[in-house]
Design a protein around this ligand. Sequence first.
Ligand code: NCD
Length: 310
Amino acid sequence: MGSIAWSGKDVLSILDFSREDLETLFETADDFLKRPGSVPKTLADRIVATAFFEPSTRTRLSFSTAALKLGAKVIDLSPDVSSVLKGESLSDTIRMLQSYSDLIVMRHPSEGAALLASEVSDVPIVNGGDGSQHHPSQAMLDLYTIRRLKGRVDGLRYAVVGDTRYARTAASFLYGLAKYKPASVYLVSPEGLRMRDEVKNSIRKLGLRTEELDTLEPVLGKVDVIYMNRIQKERFPDPNEYEKVKGSYRITKSLLSGAGDAIVLHPLPRINELAYDVDDLPNAAYMEQARLGVPVRMALLHLVMGGGAR
Ligand code: NCD
């Protein structure tokens, strides 16, 4: 029940999923966490391919872990030692992988790469990040973490902090949040890292209202969730622009003394925007967030590969 929307589907953007689809995913992830002994081998005899054309620790390994836990075998394309180095095109690479596997999880620096892959592939494509655009499974696990730690997503007050311009995690999180009814959403960034108009326009159309701020201090103590983002150095078209904004925001233990019981999320990796002394605070939720990547990605793979809602 309820998984028809997921079965066989490409997962390119969280925008393609309804709130009900997300709830099905979250309930399935809850079930996997609650009854680890009853996790079905939905992917037995199936092969999942991972193809990451950009660095990744959590996304690639948590998808692989999730696939293995569901009984799949996993093959991995390493672009630095494959024919990609000889100049093979993305579409040829994907054509090969789809003939070897039953589902492909991919990450690529170009926006739209996962969409292109979905057009040449007969097996489902799961987008593990395309440029600054989408990172749907990250947004799903972010919402799931909030739901578990705060009991709900609706009615809360959110601050999305940092590189809201280039971080696909920030854009995808807002696209996901637009399916819910948050009480308020603050976008906190220096001027040069403001959210792109294209993202602002689409969330506005979806009815999500946001307010832009330069610093977190005015809303600390008023927000329930602080979503930090790394400055996306690799995506700046001009290194001088990066130099202007690098180190322009950072949260520390002392700053958070006024944060009440707000939870701090971060997709990780952190560089220096999130001090290590925050780790000891009860507010720090990012390690739990990373851990929950496994059950959420298990639920995603299970539903896409035709497993029923749990
Ligand atoms: C993020 C990404 O790749 O977009 N990492 C992740 O998947 N957890 C965030 C980042 O690199 O800043």
